[in-house]
Design a binder for this molecule. Structure first.
Ligand SMILES: Nc1ncnc2c1ncn2[C@@H]1O[C@H](COP(=O)(O)OP(=O)(O)OP(=O)(O)O)[C@@H](O)[C@H]1O
Ligand SMILES: [Mg+2]
Length: 273
């Protein structure tokens, strides 16, 4: 059994954020924030615009410096790791960014092949097969692989970006607003795709989303970012019981109540009462 299988079997901690503070000048984005992610979980981050969700992902990826506190990924303190260790870690995770998902001057195929080519360890015919396979996993046919990003629909761009994030067979996947800008049907298809990939590739996922249906369909736990910290962190049922204005507005509006009821109906349908 590979090391990660054992980690997953035990639900080991993959990400451990302890007492994290992030300041930009005199603006404090996170203040003494703590959070953990266990192997095999989908942890979703929600919070108002500007509440620091993307910045938290950037802290986990080692792209920002904490003003205080620490972030450990796979047991390694990201901000104290040397360059070689950090590179090894980077090869174990994939990231789907909120904006600018693809290199516009490269075809869909080259976008997906790029992380593998950067490793310089794989022969080109292997890169080719692996990239086409990843594209196929997200529903892009080999005949579409040569298309440039400008010639792809919004939903296809997202899927190619997901294929690229999966290029190095990561154990850990970060998604920043994966369904933003997709219509409801495409959004639902994307959610199904992520659920399938998670099962097949045994991924641990950290996702930022504004979309309630996406949130409720995929999350093992939900982290609510407000007032520069996590005001709630738990299952959907646990989170909605927390008395906070953001949670009230977000989950308990008409749309939220409908989505929650939908989730309860689905659970009843699957597991009985
Ligand atoms: N490099 C930076 N320098 C200065 N301020 C920054 C920097 N990066 C982020 N911020 C500020 O930190 C705050 C949080 O930004 P962030 O992008 O993390 O929010 P978000 O929760 O992802 O919002 P959205 O839902 O709109 O994507 C914002 O006030 C933003 O202006
Ligand atoms: Mg953001």
């Amino acid at each position: 059994m590979a090391a990660f299988d054992q980690a997953q079997a035990r639900g080991q901690t993959v990400i451990d954020i302890a007492g994290l503070s992030t300041r930009f000048g005199d603006v404090t984005v996170h203040d003494n924030l703590s959070m953990d992610v266990r192997a095999g979980e989908v942890v979703s981050l929600v919070g108002g615009s500007g509440s620091g969700k993307t910045t938290l992902l950037r802290q986990i990826l080692g792209l920002e410096r904490p003003s205080a506190g620490s972030v450990r990924v796979f047991g390694v303190d990201i901000h104290r790791a040397d360059a070689a260790t950090l590179q090894t870690l980077r090869n174990r995770w994939g990231m789907l960014f909120q904006h600018g998902a693809l290199f516009s001057a490269m075809s869909a195929f080259d976008n997906v092949a790029q992380p593998m080519r950067e490793l310089r360890a794989l022969p080109e015919d292997l890169v080719r097969d692996a990239a086409l396979l990843k594209l196929q996993m997200v529903g892009i046919a080999p005949s579409q692989a040569a298309r440039m990003p400008a010639d792809l629909s919004g939903g296809m761009v997202k899927r190619v970006a997901l294929a690229r994030a999966l290029a190095l067979e990561p154990e850990l996947l970060f998604l920043d607003e994966p369904t933003a800008g997709l219509d409801p049907a495409l959004s639902e298809a994307f959610v199904d795709l992520i659920a399938m990939l998670r099962r097949e590739m045994r991924l641990t996922v950290v996702m930022v989303t504004h979309d309630l249906d996406t949130l409720l369909a995929l999350s093992s736990r939900i982290a609510v970012l407000a007032d520069r910290r996590l005001v709630a962190f738990g299952s959907a049922e646990e989170v909605v019981r927390v008395d906070h204005p953001f949670i009230h507005d977000y989950f308990l509006g008409q749309r939220g109540l409908r989505a929650l009821q939908g989730m309860r109906d689905m659970k009843e349908h699957h597991y009985g009462k």
